[in-house]
Write a protein that binds this ligand. Structure first.
Ligand SMILES: O=P(O)(O)O[C@@H]1C[C@H](O)[C@@H](CO)O1
Ligand SMILES: O=c1cc[nH]c(=O)[nH]1
Length: 347
């Protein structure tokens, strides 16, 4: 029996699209169906120990970012944005707390998950999140990475939506070594979703929101051409030549997760986007030295854009009012700060 993909994959044939047009996530692995139970070890969840459909069946948006705190803050923020009310006397709980690996918060149709740093960490999480979507029978979930990055020729604080994710050799794919063999999977993101996110930037935002190519590296220091790691075997001129070459190729930012995130969502037929904020302009230096309060405000910017998108989709589907009782309001960066403070007060 063929067990291919999901309802929204560009790589499906017409026949397969017909077969899987209900929008639920299908796995490209027939072994899973034959197992008595599937333990999502790094999420502290399991297909027999938990009723995954009951717990997660309504999920429409899976938002991921590097740190547990960022994703907890985002959970509080989005809760306010969509007017979601927790049952009286309850608080947001880290669903994966006992994995001691990743953190996960659920706010109605929005899952907020931390993914750690770098592609191995994201890869493990993506396998388990895609299987979670499958077990829960989620329909047409959209995955969005909310991250930080180094800008190339853009100021710190600029919001960057990834058009194409490139590996260290500027290939639009992610390289895997499986059973000793090297294979590549296309690192494709949803271009329409990227444009839609861009359209939600407001002329009143006191910062730029741009679309461009993202370089994904396996390291923060030598891998990103920094002079300030524990080791450095290249000159400043060589570094600048490399960054200029990136710029000539349309690269506007560097981070460490986009190719695996794009490759695995595309392989699973899941619509995905990457939205990062630049913490510095790498053409001006290597050290991340903006004050903490400034960086906290910058990190809120991708979250604000993503929350506008989520609100727009829920409003369009008539869910914002019917599910949560009131319309909420488009929140400003100032409002975000207040929500963050409130969530910190709960710690
Ligand atoms: O989502 P985050 O902020 O973790 O993304 C970037 C890439 C690396 O994980 C990390 C390096 O500082 O930040
Ligand atoms: O320069 C930077 C900043 C944040 N994240 C990165 O990967 N690189």
């Amino acid at each position: 029996m063929s067990l291919l993909l999901t309802g929204n994959s560009a790589s499906l044939s017409e026949e397969e699209l017909d077969e899987y047009s209900d929008g639920t996530v299908k796995l490209r692995n027939s072994n899973i169906e034959l197992m008595d139970q599937d333990i999502l070890y790094h999420l502290a969840l399991g297909s027999e120990s938990h009723d995954l459909q009951e717990m997660f069946g309504d999920v429409k948006f899976v938002c991921m970012g590097g740190t547990p705190k960022r994703m907890e803050n985002f959970a509080h923020f989005i809760m306010n944005e969509i007017g979601y009310k927790l049952p009286a006397g309850t608080q947001l709980q880290d669903i994966s707390a006992y994995s001691y690996r990743y953190s996960m918060y659920k706010v109605g149709p929005v899952l907020c998950v931390s993914h750690g740093m770098g592609t191995p960490s994201v890869s493990i999480l993506m396998h388990e999140m895609i299987k979670l979507m499958y077990h829960a029978k989620c329909k047409d979930p959209v995955f969005i990475r909310i991250g930080t990055c180094g800008g190339i020729g853009v100021d710190g604080g600029t919001v960057i939506i990834t058009e194409d994710a490139l590996d260290g050799q500027l290939r639009n794919s992610h390289e895997f070594t499986i059973l000793g063999k090297t294979i590549h999977r296309p690192a494709k993101l949803d271009k329409k979703l990227a444009r839609e996110l861009k359209s939600l930037a407001s002329p009143d935002d006191p910062y730029d929101t741009i679309i461009g190519k993202t370089l994904c590296t396996n390291d923060f220091y030598e891998g990103q051409g920094r002079l300030d790691g524990a080791f450095c075997d290249f000159s400043e001129n060589e570094k600048m030549d490399y960054l200029e070459k990136l710029r000539e190729n349309g690269v506007v930012n560097i981070e460490m997760e986009s190719t695996i995130f794009a490759a695995l969502t595309h392989h699973a037929g899941i619509k995905a986007a990457v939205v990062c904020v630049a913490l510095l302009n790498r053409l001006n230096g290597d050290q991340v030295n903006a004050p903490k309060e400034v960086m906290n405000e910058w990190q809120a910017r991708p979250q604000i854009l993503v929350s506008r998108y989520i609100r727009k989709v829920l409003t369009h589907n008539g869910q914002l009012k019917s599910l949560f009782g009131h319309q909420g309001s488009i929140k400003s960066p100032r409002r975000f700060k207040l929500v963050q403070q409130e969530s910190q007060a709960h710690e």
